[in-house]
Design a protein around this ligand. Structure first.
Ligand SMILES: Cc1cc2nc3c(=O)[nH]c(=O)nc-3n(C[C@H](O)[C@H](O)[C@H](O)COP(=O)(O)OP(=O)(O)OC[C@H]3O[C@@H](n4cnc5c(N)ncnc54)[C@H](O)[C@@H]3O)c2cc1C
Length: 464
C-alpha cells in the first residue's frame, strides 16, 4: 500500500476546485438544474464520527449531499437538513499494484483524477462532469460512455461503509451485507450515509484519447454505428433534437480509446472560465438552438475525423466553463433522460424525438447512446440494455413540465424508465411504473433520511 501524500501543489489545486465549484454551506443549496429551489438547513460534515449524531441531532429529516450535480431534487430536501459531505474529502489508501483506492465519500472524481492520472490510473466509469463526489456516484449509480463495456459505477465499487441514524456502521460489499450493498448503490442516499468507498481504478499509459467523430443522419445510422463499434471502450453521440425534415435526428457519433502509446500523465489545467451572469430567459430559443446545432454538426468539416485528444475535452467538455447552468436563466432547466429496451428502442426514440422537435423547446445539449447488458449490483439503478437519450429543456412556465410529463407517458408506453438523478417532474404513478422494486428500497430506508424526490414520487410526507 502507498501512503497517500499529496504534494502542496496538488492540495492547493484541490482546494481551488472545491472553492470554485462546490455550493457553500451559507448558500441556498441548489441542484444543477436550479429547479426546484427549496429552503433547507445545510450542515457541513467534517469527520466520519460526526455522522450519526448530526443526523439524530436534527428534529427534521436529513439527507447527505455531495456537489449538487443531480439535475433535479434527488439532492434536495424541503424544510430538512442537508449534510454536506464535501469537507470529508480525504484519500485514505491506495494500492498501486492493483489500483484499489479507498477515499472518503466527499472526495470528487476530479480530485481522484488529480491523484490517479500522474500515477498511471483512471476512473473505471465517469459521468460527463468530474465535479461529483464518490458518495453521489454510488447513490445515483452513475454511468459513463463505457456502459456497454463496463456497466455502472457500482460495478467497480469493492466496498463502502454505511452509517445509519441508530449509530450502526456496516461494511458493505458484494459478499458482506450484500443486501445493503445492493440497496445503497442507486439508493438515492436513503439507506444511510456512506462515509468511505473503495473502488478499483483502471491503468492508463497516457492522458490522451484516440478519438474518432462520425456524422450520422437518423436513428438507423446511429444504431448501425453503435453495433459496429460495440467493442470500442467509449461511445457516445451528440444529437440534434431541434431539426425536422431531412436533418431529423442527425448527430455526431464519438468514439474513444485510451491511447496505448506511452505519453504524458500530467494533471489537468485548472478551469479558467466562469459563466459570468444569469442569461436572460429568451437567449435560448428555437432559433438560437437551431443555429447552434447546424454549426456544431458541421464543425468537424467532413463526415469522419480522427484525432488524438486530451481526456478533459473528451469526457468533460462542459467542465471548461464553470457555472454554465446560468445559461438557462434564473428559472433553471429540467433534464429528461430515458432508457428504452432494445425491443422498442428504435420506434420509441423516433417517436419521442418527433415530439421533442415539435415542441421547439429542446436545447442544444442532447446525448444519445446505448447501454450494454452488464448487470448493475444496484437495486434501483437506472441503466438497462437498449438506448438512452438525455437532454436539457429550459424551464418555461408550464410548457416544459407538460412536455416532460407527455414524454414520461411515452416512456411508460415503450417499456422504458427515466433517470431519477436527472428528474424533477416525474409523478408517483410514473415512478412506480418505472421502478416496481421501489418498495424493496423503502424497506432499507433509514427513516431519519428523506429527499424531496422521494417525497414526491412516493407521496410520502416526512414522518419523524
Ligand atoms: C454536466 C453533468 C453531466 C452529467 N453526466 C452524467 C452522466 O454522464 N452519467 C450519469 O450517470 N450522471 C451524470 N450526471 C449526474 C451526476 O453524475 C449525478 O447526479 C451524481 O450523483 C452527482 O453527484 P454529487 O456529488 O453532485 O451528488 P448530489 O447531487 O449532491 O447527490 C446525489 C445523491 O447522492 C446522495 N449522496 C451524496 N453523498 C452521499 C453520501 N456520502 N452518502 C449517501 N448518499 C449520498 C444524495 O443524497 C443524493 O441522493 C451529470 C451531471 C452534470 C451536472
Amino acid at each position: 500500500m502507498e501512503d497517500i501524500e499529496l504534494s502542496s501543489q496538488e492540495l492547493a489545486r484541490n482546494e481551488a476546485w472545491i472553492e470554485a465549484e462546490c455550493p457553500r454551506s451559507t448558500d441556498l443549496f441548489e441542484s444543477w438544474g436550479r429547479y426546484p429551489r427549496l429552503q433547507s438547513k445545510v450542515v457541513p460534515i467534517e469527520w466520519q464520527q460526526d455522522i450519526p449524531s448530526k443526523i439524530r441531532g436534527e428534529n427534521c429529516a436529513s439527507l447527505a449531499v455531495g456537489m449538487g450535480r443531480s439535475y433535479g431534487d434527488a439532492c434536495l430536501l424541503s424544510k430538512g437538513t442537508l449534510l454536506q459531505m464535501t469537507s470529508m474529502n480525504r484519500l485514505l489508501d491506495f494500492d498501486s499494484s492493483s489500483g484499489l483506492l479507498t477515499a472518503e465519500a466527499g472526495v470528487t472524481l476530479g480530485q481522484i483524477l488529480e491523484f490517479a492520472v500522474p500515477r498511471g490510473f483512471f476512473l473505471p466509469v465517469t459521468p460527463g462532469t468530474k465535479y461529483v463526489t464518490l458518495g453521489g456516484a454510488v447513490a445515483n449509480d452513475i454511468h459513463g460512455k463505457n456502459h456497454h463495456k463496463a456497466g455502472t459505477f457500482g460495478n467497480h465499487v469493492i466496498s463502502f461503509e454505511l452509517v445509519r441514524s441508530d449509530g450502526s456502521r456496516r461494511l458493505c460489499s458484494p459478499t458482506e451485507n450484500s443486501e445493503w450493498f445492493s440497496a445503497t448503490i442507486g439508493g438515492l442516499g436513503l439507506t444511510g450515509v456512506v462515509t468511505w468507498v473503495q473502488i478499483k481504478l483502471r491503468p492508463i499509459v497516457s492522458r490522451m484519447i484516440d478519438y474518432e467523430g462520425i456524422q450520422y443522419h437518423g436513428i438507423d445510422e446511429f444504431l448501425e454505428l453503435a453495433d459496429q463499434y460495440k467493442h470500442t471502450e467509449y461511445t457516445v453521440s451528440w444529437i440534434d433534437c431541434a431539426s425536422t425534415g431531412r436533418n431529423f435526428a442527425r448527430g455526431i457519433f464519438m468514439l474513444g480509446e485510451h491511447s496505448q502509446v506511452p505519453g504524458i500523465l500530467k494533471p489537468s489545467p485548472k478551469p479558467q472560465l466562469v459563466f459570468p451572469f444569469e442569461a436572460p430567459g429568451y437567449a435560448l430559443n428555437h432559433t438560437t438552438v437551431s443555429a447552434f446545432n447546424t454549426v456544431y454538426f458541421h464543425k468537424q468539416g467532413k463526415p469522419r475525423i480522427k484525432s488524438l485528444n486530451d481526456y478533459e475535452p473528451f469526457f468533460y467538455p462542459l467542465d471548461k466553463v464553470l457555472k454554465w447552468n446560468r445559461l438557462y436563466g434564473e428559472k433553471g432547466l429540467l433534464q429528461f433522460q430515458y432508457a428504452l429496451p432494445w425491443d422498442s428502442a428504435r420506434e420509441g426514440t423516433i417517436a419521442i424525438l418527433r415530439e421533442i422537435a415539435k415542441s421547439k423547446l429542446a436545447s442544444f445539449l442532447a446525448v444519445l447512446k446505448t447501454f450494454g447488458d452488464v448487470v448493475s449490483p444496484g437495486l434501483l439503478s437506472f441503466p438497462q440494455p437498449g438506448v438512452t437519450l438525455a437532454l436539457d429543456f429550459p424551464v418555461k412556465a408550464n410548457r416544459t413540465l407538460s412536455l416532460i410529463r407527455r414524454l414520461a407517458d411515452m416512456t411508460v408506453d415503450f417499456g422504458g424508465r427515466l433517470n431519477l438523478s436527472k428528474d424533477a417532474a416525474m409523478t408517483a404513478e410514473h415512478f412506480q411504473a418505472f421502478y416496481p422494486q421501489w418498495t424493496q428500497l423503502a424497506s432499507f430506508r433509514d427513516h431519519a433520511l428523506s429527499s424531496s424526490l422521494w417525497e414526491r414520487v412516493t407521496e410520502e410526507q416526512q414522518n419523524l
